[in-house]
Design a protein around this ligand. Sequence first.
Ligand code: C5P
Length: 232
Amino acid sequence: MGKDVIIACDFSNAEQTLAFLDRFQGKKPFVKIGMELFYGAGPDIVRQIKARGHKIFLDLKLHDIPNTVKKAMTVLRDLDVDICNLHAAGTVRMMEAALEGLTRPDGTRPLLIAVTQLTSTDQEALEKDLLIEKPIDEVVMHYALNALKAGLDGVVCSPLEAGKVHAACGADFLTVTPGVRFADGDIGDQKRVMTPAEAKKVGSDYIVVGRPITAAEDPVAAYQRCCDEFID
Ligand code: C5P
C-alpha cells in the first residue's frame, strides 16, 4: 500500500459516523475506527463502512496473553479490516501469536502494527509507574525493533520519530503517524505536531488525522488539503 491519509473517525455512534462519511460523495477515504466507536456501535459498524468501500484501520490496541490475542485477532481478521494494532509491551511472543491469529488460511492478512509507548506516557510515568529506567526514546526504539523481530509491518509513532524508526527498522517498516495539524490550524491537545507536508518529508507512510478534518467547516476540503500536501 502506498502513502495515504487516514481519517480518525472519533465519533461515539454509527449515525454520526455514517452521516460524516456521506459528505464525501464518491470519495472513499481510509478510516480509523477506535475503541469508542467499536465498543459503542459494535462490529457491525466495521462491516457497514467496509461495505461502502472504505479501507479500515481498526485501532483497538490489543494487549493480553498470547493465546487470547491470537483468538481475538482471528475474529478481527474475519471482519476484513486493512490494518489492526496491538501494544508492543505485550512481548514478542504475544505479537507472534497475534500474527498467527490474523493470517487467513490462504496466507493473506491485514497489516499489523504496534503501539510502542503511548504519547501520554512520559519519562516520569515510565520510571515511577512502570519501573523502566531507560530514556523513553530508547524504549520506543527497542519496542519498534521487537515488533520488527516478531514479523509485524510497522508501528504507530509521532511523525517526529518516523525517520529514526525507518533508519533502525528499514524503509519498508511502516510508520503510521497521528499528531498532524495544518500550519494555520488549531493544535488542540496534541503537543508535538507536524503538517501533512512535513510528515511527508520525514517519510511517514500514513498520517492519521482527526479533528483537523472532522471538526472542519468543510471536512471534504480539509481531507483534500491533507491529500494534496501528503500524497505527491
Ligand atoms: O483529532 P486528532 O488529529 O488529534 O486525532 C488523532 C487520532 O490519533 C486520535 O484518534 C488519537 O486517539 C490517535 N492517536 C494519537 N496519538 C497517539 C496514538 C493515537 O493522537 N500516540
